[in-house]
Structures are given as structure tokens and as C-alpha cells.
Design a protein around this ligand. Structure first.
Ligand code: CP
Length: 314
């Protein structure tokens, strides 16, 4: 595997999930695989879980880790071809990607959507430019339109907790005071289409994700109805794709104890960070059915599996 850009880079999901669960049992099994190899983690946006779990994953494989918060610390990058760089940007991604490739063996990047221009965001300019000009493998730590490390984590977590062969999984939109990207929801939707699950999406009208992501997945605009008999409730806010970046604050979509009563004693999932009592009530996220902390723990094993696959090809 050269890059881990999207979940389409997973060649056999069942095998990967099985391998990640095995890594969780013995995380130091491959502690020499990354000896004398270096991973660079470039962050254009904040992170807690992705930064620390990817670092931990690399350390478990014996790699050296270099982390750079690009925004504020790095030169502002230019991506345009043939641009006369007499404005704000100081360095072209062509040089930056090639230079970093000399210092590292693997490069992982986080670069969120701007939510200003949909076409620009969904072109995945930052990740794709680095993939074009770097000479080392690139790992997506959340790009404008996808968060494939989170989606692999979610597949692992659902597999560990599912009781039925084909569980009912509901992705529910929830309110948020700020405009958030669609990246987590997009990759989760793509992942659920790969898994054996009865999968339903619920959100208010106007918050449809891109058709090329949702394809044939059923959408129910009635949250209570969608939650009926669910085994897993995956909650996430996203801003509008069609009215690009429009915020959704409808508090009637907040996940409450009452709403969870519609489910089949469902597990509550969220990628975190989460705004308590806006997205979900304390009583739900603090309940014994909440698996958000374990979900966050699985970020390490998803990242470790991806890095292991890359290192095995080097
Ligand atoms: N879920 C997730 O990606 O968390 P961070 O933004 O803290 O990395």
C-alpha cells in the first residue's frame, strides 16, 4: 500500500479489522518493523486523538516521530500551478513535499475543509498535492472530505461490540454551534456500505451529504423512527453540503435518554471531541452504553495497522 487516503485503500476490510483487533491484544508484536524509520505528522488543524494515537501507533512499531503544527509554525503554502508568488504564500507545496520526503519515510497530514468553497474543498488540494509531489507514502489524518482513520476505528469498534451478524447502525446528525466539515460522516457512510450492517442515516432536511457518498443508503428525516431498534447510534454534526457550510443548530436533534429508548439498547458512538448537552446529553454519554472512550482507544490500532501495512511494503 502506497498511501492511505481513503477507505478505498483497504484491500480486505474483514482481514484488516481482524488484524487490528489482534494488534490491540499485542501492540508491541512488530516493535522492530519501524526501526530507523521516521514518520512526520503535519497538522494544519487542531487534534487530540489523531495526533496522540498516530504517534503512539508509530512508537509501538519502533518508529521515530516528528510532529509539526504547520499553521502558525510552517511557511504558508502555495498550491497553484504557475502562480506568481508575490502575495501571502511563501513556499510552494512542490518544494515542501519533496523536502519533507527527505527527512521522513512516511508522512501523515491533517488538513480540514475551509467550508468556503465546496469545489475547492472536495478537490482535496492539500492531501492530493502532497501525494503528487512527495516521494514517500501519505496517510490521511482527516482531509477536507474524509477521515478514513476514524472510519477504520469505527469498523473495529462496531465489530468488537456487535451481537447480531447484521446490526442496525444509525448515523444521526446532531446540532452544533459551529460549521463542521462532512469528513467524518462521509467516511463513516462509506465504511458502513462496506460492512454487513442495516445502515440508516437521519438528519434534518437540507443536511443531505453528497450523493456520491450516500449512494443508495436510506435517509430517514424522522430521527425517532430511524433510531427504532438500533444496535449502534453514531452521532455527528456536519454543516450543509448543498448550502455549503451552513450551520445547523436545531436542538430538537440532540441525543437524549428519551431518544435512546427507541433503540434496542444501542451503543452510543461519537468520534470526539463532542460538545456535551448540545450534541448529546450527559446522561447518554456517561451511560454504560457509551463506548466513546474505547472508540478513541481504537484509534491507535487503526493507525498502527495502516502504518504496519505501509512499512511492510517499504
Ligand atoms: N476524532 C478525532 O479525529 O479527534 P481529534 O480531532 O482530536 O484528532
Amino acid at each position: 500500500m502506497k498511501n492511505y487516503f481513503s477507505i478505498n485503500d483497504i484491500d480486505s476490510l474483514d482481514t484488516w479489522v481482524e488484524e487490528a483487533i489482534a494488534l490491540k491484544q499485542n501492540p508491541l508484536t512488530n516493535k522492530d518493523l519501524g526501526k530507523d524509520k521516521t514518520i512526520g505528522l503535519l497538522f494544519f488543524n487542531p487534534s487530540l486523538r489523531t495526533r496522540l494515537s498516530t504517534q503512539k501507533a508509530a512508537l509501538n512499531l519502533g518508529m521515530n516521530v516528528m510532529v509539526m503544527n504547520f499553521t502558525g509554525e510552517g511557511w504558508s503554502l502555495e498550491y497553484g500551478d504557475g502562480t506568481v508568488m508575490d502575495q501571502g504564500n511563501s513556499e510552494h507545496v512542490k518544494e515542501a513535499a519533496q523536502v519533507v520526503s527527505q527527512y521522513c519515510d512516511v508522512l501523515a497530514i491533517r488538513a480540514f475543509a475551509s467550508l468556503k468553497n465546496r469545489e475547492d474543498d472536495y478537490s482535496e488540494k492539500v492531501l492530493k498535492s502532497f501525494m503528487e509531489f512527495a516521494t514517500i507514502p501519505i496517510v490521511n489524518m482527516e482531509s477536507a472530505a474524509g477521515h478514513p482513520l476514524q472510519a477504520l476505528t469505527d469498523a473495529i469498534t462496531i465489530t468488537e461490540h456487535k451481537k447480531a451478524n447484521k446490526p442496525k447502525v444509525v448515523l444521526s446528525w446532531a446540532p452544533h454551534p459551529k460549521a463542521l466539515p462532512q469528513a467524518v460522516a462521509n467516511s463513516f457512510v462509506e465504511m458502513m456500505q462496506q460492512m454487513d450492517a442495516h445502515f440508516v442515516i437521519t438528519h434534518p432536511k437540507g443536511f443531505e451529504l453528497a450523493n456520491h457518498i450516500t449512494k443508495e443508503v436510506p435517509i430517514d428525516y424522522n430521527q425517532d423512527n430511524a433510531l427504532k431498534d438500533a444496535d449502534f447510534v453514531y452521532v455527528k454534526n456536519w454543516s450543509s453540503y448543498h448550502d455549503y457550510g451552513k450551520i445547523g443548530k436545531d436542538s430538537s436533534w440532540k441525543i437524549t435518554e428519551e431518544k435512546m429508548k427507541h433503540t434496542a439498547n444501542a451503543k452510543f458512538m461519537h468520534c470526539l471531541p463532542v460538545r456535551r448537552n448540545v450534541v448529546v446529553d450527559d446522561k447518554v454519554i456517561d451511560s454504560e452504553n457509551s463506548i466513546v472512550i474505547e472508540q478513541a482507544n481504537n484509534r491507535t490500532y487503526a493507525a498502527q495497522l495502516v502504518l504496519k501495512k505501509i512499512l511492510e511494503k517499504q
